[in-house]
Design a protein around this ligand. Structure first.
Ligand code: ADP
Ligand code: MG
Length: 382
């Protein structure tokens, strides 16, 4: 929807004009999967797919929300009193953010809101984090909360952890809040320090969504997190960040097979993120290929979060690109998307290979997005 159409819709719905728009992007993770909640390293970039929130301050405590994605629904609740789950699944994300801000003692105002997004949902590109960061950024702006981008991201994560019951780490919200155009961000999830890495101009980021129907994602996701915490604790550590392969081998007899394998993934993945950051900075596609292939294999065999559809897509794209590209699954797994890094002229090679082979192999249609790295959270008063 165009900006003027959105503003017209807002005015039609609420009877007065929006005061501005807050927007936050989805993201793709280039490497460093399931390392964030283990206080490790990740290397994502923000996308140009964004979730926009048009807002108008009210002079009461009511929050009213509509979303162009759910045209016949409206969400309403009151701030500055105990906020509980409502019956709208998407509406709960808005409640979640208000809940954690209230809980931290922030005084919120009522607002009228209109949400519009072109972040693909449930594809592993984190439409949920884009929504949380946009909503937290909106409250921050209209209520004058003076939060930093980092604090906005942390509230977004808390919303997902404590209200939506998904024990995600900080990566998605932090990159959505702090992303920079044409840059990937190396994030140290232990102290939230970031280092921007310029994405070489001759490199394309191609995301292929498997469209595999994701099931049990949150419960499996939370289960993996528990395995990691237990593995760390058996090594005498608070998090896997401080683990290494020697300590892991010594502790193997006390661990379940799952705990060992999950920890093995995290320890090796952290090393791959650091190596990939250098390779990206050096535009070294060969090294990126080796690291991303190893990451995918580790996610398949050690972390066990791939499915035949994502394994199949990775194989199709790897075969098509040969040594000219780097490919792996990306995001929370159990379906979702894969990411390829290649030269611009090889994008067509991916498109052709996926069109010719994916449906025949997996009985699903893929969506292909050729992406560039976009900016993080923005606030734009009209
Ligand atoms: P993803 O991988 O995209 O983050 P999730 O299942 O974590 O997938 O989050 C998707 C959920 O986020 C949707 O089911 C919906 O509740 C919410 N959501 C995302 N985009 C929008 C939107 N534009 N309007 C309303 N809710 C949205
Ligand atoms: Mg999500």
């Amino acid at each position: 929807m165009t900006n003027s159409a959105l503003q017209a819709l807002f005015t039609q719905q609420y009877g007065s004009d929006a005061q501005g728009v807050v927007s936050a992007p989805g993201r793709v993770n280039l490497i460093g999967e399931f390392t964030d909640y283990n206080q490790g390293y990740v290397l994502p970039c923000a996308l140009t797919f964004r979730t926009q929130v048009l807002y108008r301050l009210r002079n009461d405590n009511n929050v009213n929300v509509i979303s162009t994605m759910y045209p016949n629904e409206q969400e309403s609740f009151e701030v500055n009193q105990t906020i509980t789950q409502g019956s709208s699944q998407w509406g709960n994300y808005i409640r979640a953010v208000a809940f954690v801000l209230n809980r931290a003692g922030h005084q919120l105002n009522g607002v009228d809101l209109l949400i519009e997004s072109n972040v693909p949902q449930g594809s592993g590109l984190s439409s949920s984090a884009a929504l949380e960061v946009a909503i937290a950024g909106m409250f921050n702006h209209v209520c004058g909360l003076n939060l930093s981008e980092e604090q906005i991201a942390l509230f977004g994560q808390e919303a997902e952890n404590d209200f939506m019951d998904c024990q995600c780490g900080i990566m998605d919200q932090l990159i959505s809040a702090k992303g920079q155009q044409d840059q990937a961000l190396l994030i140290d999830c232990q102290n939230l320090q970031t280092q921007a890495v310029t994405i070489p101009t001759d490199l394309s980021i191609v995301i292929v969504n498997s469209n595999y129907p994701r099931k049990l994602v949150d419960s499996e996701y939370n289960r993996r997190r528990i395995d990691c915490e237990q593995a760390a604790s058996k090594m005498g550590l608070t998090t896997l960040r401080d683990a290494n392969l020697t300590l892991l081998a010594q502790t193997k007899p006390q661990m379940s097979a799952d705990e060992f394998a999950r920890a093995h993934h995290v320890i090796t993945e952290n090393d791959r993120v650091i190596a990939a950051t250098k390779a990206l900075a050096n535009n070294d596609i060969e090294q990126l290929r080796i690291l991303m292939t190893a990451s995918h294999q580790s996610l398949k065999h050690d972390f066990e979060v791939t499915v035949p559809a994502t394994d199949g897509l990775v194989q199709i794209c790897q075969q098509a690109l040969g040594d000219r590209g780097a490919v792996r699954m990306t995001g929370g797994g159990f379906g979702g998307a894969i990411v390829c890094l290649c030269r611009h002229e090889d994008v067509a090679v991916i498109q052709q290979a996926v069109e010719q082979q994916y449906f025949a192999q997996c009985n699903l249609q893929a969506d292909i997005y050729v992406c560039t790295a976009g900016n993080g959270l923005t606030v734009q008063p009209y």
